[in-house]
Ligand binder design. Structure first.
Ligand code: DGL
Length: 284
């Protein structure tokens, strides 16, 4: 039985979803969170739907059974695209929030009508993304770039803050932005870039330096946090507590990596990071 003091579960393939956790903590400062990074099987982006769906269901099951979460935030575009419908079918009463590339806000704010979208191969190739794209006004043109290897490189850069790790990330960002085409405020140029993967939020300063000041960068952390707050409020499950509550950080893989991401990007204590064993997937 869940109650208002139960934690909110948040998960991602790795440390990228910490960007969503950051927004959630800002919006809901009194709430407790259990964050699970599936580092043993990250990145998800190039794995295929069946694999990602199986992991997502296993993680949902674990967070519900072992942590009695009152809501689940899927802080991963790839897992949302592959499996949010399966989570809904399996646990119809669960308060569930997913993330998807913010195409609609981008379409609303773009002046040129040309939007760049970066994300994983899984997200950008999904039926859910195709549906979202089809819902945009016909005057808007989306330019898509799957960024193989980028989420992984960002994970490594959290762990190894040396120049080589940073250079790998910079080279990939440069390559993928170049492949997208011309950015700027002139006719036919992309004036908006959608960050369709929660990992990419952590390279916002780099993307900004590569694109210049006229390009708007859009991510989904804040709207996802607001949607979570709305659901909790409607279900009368918001904690009355206003003091900063507990955050547990769990990984199925490399503990040093989770600790590095948590302290570097969220200034969270490494003492709250632990490893957890989940059943191995059939596809491993
Ligand atoms: N952070 C994830 C996303 O938003 C997944 C990246 C990956 O594991 O490939 O899609």
């Amino acid at each position: 039985m869940v109650h208002s003091s139960s934690p909110i579960g948040v998960f991602d393939s790795g440390v990228g979803g910490l960007s969503v956790l950051q927004a959630l903590r800002q919006e809901l400062p009194g709430e407790s969170f259990v964050y699970l990074a599936d580092n043993a099987y990250a990145p998800y982006g190039e794995r295929g739907d069946a694999f990602v769906a199986e992991r997502t269901l296993a993680i949902g099951n674990y967070l519900l059974r072992s942590h009695a979460i009152k809501a689940l935030v899927v802080a991963c575009n790839t897992a949302t695209a592959a499996a949010i419908h399966l989570l809904r079918a399996q646990w119809p009463d669960l308060l569930l929030v997913g993330v998807e590339p913010a195409l609609k806000p981008a379409a609303a704010s773009s002046r040129t009508g040309h939007i760049g979208v970066i994300g994983t191969r899984g997200t950008l190739g999904s039926a859910k993304f195709a549906q979202l794209q089809a819902s945009l006004p016909p005057t808007v043109q989306c330019h898509l770039q799957p960024c193989d290897g980028l989420a992984y490189a960002i994970e490594r850069s959290a762990l190894q803050s040396d120049d080589a790790a940073q250079a790998d990330v910079a080279a990939l960002c440069q390559r993928y932005l170049q492949a997208l085409g011309h950015f700027g405020s002139g006719d036919g140029s992309m004036d908006t870039l959608v960050l369709g993967c929660t990992h990419y939020v952590f390279v916002t300063p780099l993307l900004r330096s590569l694109l210049g000041p006229q390009v708007t960068l859009i991510d989904t952390g804040a709207p996802v946090a607001r949607q979570t707050a709305r659901l909790l409020q409607t279900a009368k499950l918001q904690t009355p507590d206003k003091t900063p509550a507990q955050v547990q950080l769990l990984t199925t893989g490399d503990l040093a990596l989770l600790r590095a991401g948590a302290s570097r990007w969220l200034q969270l204590s490494t003492a709250d990071c632990h490893t957890v064993a989940l059943p191995a997937p059939d596809y491993a």
